[in-house]
Design a protein around this ligand. Structure first.
Ligand code: BGC
Length: 742
């Protein structure tokens, strides 16, 4: 089949003409039910047209003026989808017009793009967003991304990524919501709601894509694209729950992952793509491959030829093939030979068309060509980005309450490779972000305190051995009242294909911090990174230490808000900071050990530097004892939290359950609920967790069926815990189909 503009054969046209003479074009009727429109359209399509529908190409990579015409010409009007890399609505309309006006049936394309934590207004990386524990802000940020994207021709984002982090050497931990399956699911669902809004056909909605389905984060040793070994138990307990939460939230699409699980690549797994996704979860959207993941079935050793790869992927339930043309080149002959049934292709096309109809593409394929200032970076978007970023910062150390700096901190020496750096603050996968929009930390502090109060000296590079800036930096510190050091990772050190063997910062950064600390002035160290880094040696030197992640467009303003004390930090870690790289993998919800107090490495501490859920505030919160009472079939746990410090602040209570004994051993504790509340200084608030046994005390077995057993459980929050007994028989909510008792 030709890869340039498609020529629909005359035989196909005859078939089509016959179809179009046999009845009204229901698919064009907006008042007809979507299912009927899909079936009508499907019945009119030739096999060749269907094969184009399951194909995705890219467009817009090189959109300089001389190239636009060439790129646009090369796009087939029949292609089902393009990865739309331009930001220009006119180019979107131009390429969409080809599909709508030049293809026989006028089926619009769906244009997708990786707007992972923002389109043009860049929000903090998803890992940071999870540390805010603020689902409302996360949802709102995704709504903004949706609005900016759709106004620019992107109707589909390849987000959220809900791979549960297991090894921080894997660079893609930046793109997910940390190490907890429940938190990842709650955040993923918030993102889906934000992107998709009330209705997919609204002008501010786009289709979400849950990725990478499934198990990609288990890449061995944190090395990207590697083989994964995942037991069925871990699959059901850790990997799949956030995807299920995203499907329940209505995600329109899912992306299959690159990895293979114990010999079966996810992109060729009927178990994952059909049995679990379609049959068990009733997912009604479509599955897109990851970039070239169909073709890669050959490198993964399960397909000898592209044709075999094609057959395995489509038979498994993978509906759309991203960029490698394996479906385009092979489906026709596979169907002709009988190796693949046309029904399988029909099902894939049906699912894709369904999403296109739901997006309103048939009614409104084109977009208004608004000027840039009406499409993105609206003042309210920037405000949201600033507020969200400030909520994501995690205060790790604050000796002698060196922070907040307050209104008059004296003179600030601002140092380090990230102080006057716009680009790296955006983080990986920064959509159509532009560093010229970014408020640097220098900009933020200058607008907070005035130019004369901030003395900026870079002093230290990211890496290498150039120590020539150290002495100027030290001189600046000696002439100032406080040093603020902006250290950490370059953007490209995390993200895809950015695995690192060591989580330590380059030696020169640690040396710089040590030298600055020797000047005798208070030292505030800000760490910007896409993953946990080794902080033990840095924490010893710093008076205050704060993880600011990669905070995006408004990062510098958010830093100024928190350093000055206008915003009291309330972030808590969604991922463990290990003591050192050698502690990897390191996550709180480990399964129990035979000898809990033994077996750790003899040469390093056994505990992490900062555990999941850790985070300080400018005030202190005191937790009371947890009260647990039975209420009907549920248990209600409550705890009073009092703000006993000097400042107003927000506290997130993380509720964990520990199941002491079970037929399948449970992790030491598991997060089941969380709640964030603002508590003015001197006041108390009650936090409540309604424990529904079927939901919060059950666990999946290796088939994904939920198991509920009687016994003793602990509910844990803020360092306190209370025990309670579940006595069966317990009436299970019949709407939870998979639940059973043993
Ligand atoms: C990544 C995906 C991404 C896709 C399209 C792949 O390399 O793994 O996460 O959505 O490219 O850009």
């Amino acid at each position: 089949m030709t890869k340039s503009v498609s020529i629909i054969s005359s035989a196909a046209v005859i078939v089509a003409l016959v179809a179009s003479c046999t009845g009204a074009e229901v698919y064009k009727d907006p008042s007809a039910p979507v299912g009927k429109r899909v079936e009508d359209l499907l019945s009119r399509m030739t096999r060749e047209e269907k094969i184009w529908q399951v194909t995705q190409w890219t467009y817009g990579k090189n959109m300089n003026e001389n190239n636009v015409e060439k790129e646009t010409k090369a796009v087939s009007p029949y292609v089902g989808s393009i990865l739309f890399r331009s930001t220009n609505p006119a180019y979107y309309n131009m390429v969409q017009r080809k599909a709508v006006e030049e293809s026989r049936l006028g089926i619009p394309m769906i244009c997708g793009f990786d707007a992972i934590h923002g389109y043009r207004t860049i929000f903090p990386i998803p890992l940071a967003q999870a540390c805010s524990w603020d689902t409302d802000l996360v949802e709102k940020s995704c709504s903004v991304t949706a609005a900016e994207s759709r106004r620019s021709g992107v109707f589909w984002t390849f987000s959220p990524m809900v791979d549960v982090a297991r090894d921080s050497r894997w660079g893609r931990v930046a793109e997910g919501y940390g190490e907890d399956p429940y938190l990842s699911g709650v955040m993923g669902a918030a993102a889906v709601r934000g992107y998709q809004g009330e209705s997919l056909d609204s002008d501010n909605s786009i289709a979400a894509c849950l990725k990478h389905f499934a198990g990609y984060a288990y890449s061995q040793g944190g090395r990207d694209y590697q083989y994964t070994e995942i037991s069925s138990q871990s699959l059901w307990e850790t990997v799949l729950p956030p995807f299920e939460a995203g499907v329940k939230a209505g995600a329109a699409t899912v992306m299959s992952s690159f990895n293979d699980i114990s010999g079966t690549p996810a992109s060729a797994s009927p178990y994952l793509l059909t049995e679990v996704l379609r049959d068990k979860w009733n997912f009604d959207g479509f599955v897109v491959s990851d970039w070239g993941s169909v073709e890669q079935l050959q490198s993964q050793g399960v397909a000898a030829t592209p044709a075999e790869a094609c057959e395995k992927a489509i038979e498994a339930g993978l509906d759309m093939d991203m960029v490698d043309d394996v479906y385009l080149d092979n489906l026709d002959s596979l169907i002709t030979s009988g190796a693949v049934s046309e029904k399988v292709l029909d099902e894939a096309v049906r699912r894709i068309l369904m999403v296109k109809f739901r997006l309103g593409l048939f009614e409104k394929p084109y977009i208004e060509e608004l000027p840039e200032e009406e499409r993105w970076l609206l003042p309210e978007y920037r405000t949201l980005a600033r507020n969200l970023a400030a909520e994501t910062f995690v205060l790790l150390e604050n000796k002698d309450e060196v922070l907040p700096l307050g209104k008059k901190p004296g003179k600030i020496a601002l140092l380090g490779p990230l102080a006057d750096n716009a680009y790296d603050l955006m983080g990986s996968w920064n959509g159509q972000g532009d560093s010229s929009d970014v408020v640097t930390i220098l900009d933020g502090l200058v607008s907070e305190y005035g130019r004369n109060s901030v003395k900026y000296v870079r002093g230290c590079p990211f890496e290498g051995n150039d120590r020539s800036g150290f002495s100027a930096a030290k001189a600046a510190v000696r002439s100032c009242d406080v040093a603020v050091l902006c250290m950490g990772e370059r953007m490209k050190w995390s993200g895809e294909n950015a695995s690192r063997a060591s989580l330590a910062l380059p030696q020169i950064q640690e040396d710089f911090i040590r030298e600055i600390a020797s000047c005798g002035k208070p030292v505030v160290v800000l760490i910007s990174s896409g993953r946990p880094v080794e902080l033990s040696r840095i924490a010893e030197r710093a008076d205050a230490l704060m993880a600011i992640w990669q905070p995006g467009t408004e990062g510098g303003n958010a830093v100024a808000d928190v350093l000055s004390g206008k915003v009291n930090p309330s972030g808590k870690l969604a991922i463990t900071f290990p003591y050192s790289s050698e502690q990897q993998p390191s996550f709180y919800n480990q399964r129990r050990s035979a000898r809990p107090f033994m077996g750790h490495y003899q040469d390093i501490p056994k505990t992490p530097a900062y555990e999941f859920g850790y985070g300080l505030s400018y005030t202190d919160f005191e937790y009371g004892e947890i009260r647990v009472n039975a209420e009907g079939e549920n248990f209600v746990a409550e705890v009073d939290v009092t703000n006993i410090g000097p400042a107003d602040g927000s506290e997130t209570v993380l509720w964990f359950i520990s199941d002491h004994y079970a037929s399948i051993s449970r992790p030491v504790k598991e997060l089941k609920h969380f709640e964030k509340q603002f508590i003015p200084a001197g006041e108390s608030r009650t936090f409540r967790f309604e424990i529904e046994p079927g939901q919060h005390l059950s666990y999946p077995d290796s088939n994904g069926d939920m198991v509920l057993e009687k016994g003793t459980f602990s509910v844990i929050a803020g360092g306190h815990s209370a025990d309670f007994e579940l006595k069966l028989p317990y009436r299970i909510d019949r709407t939870q189909k998979q639940t059973k008792t043993i």
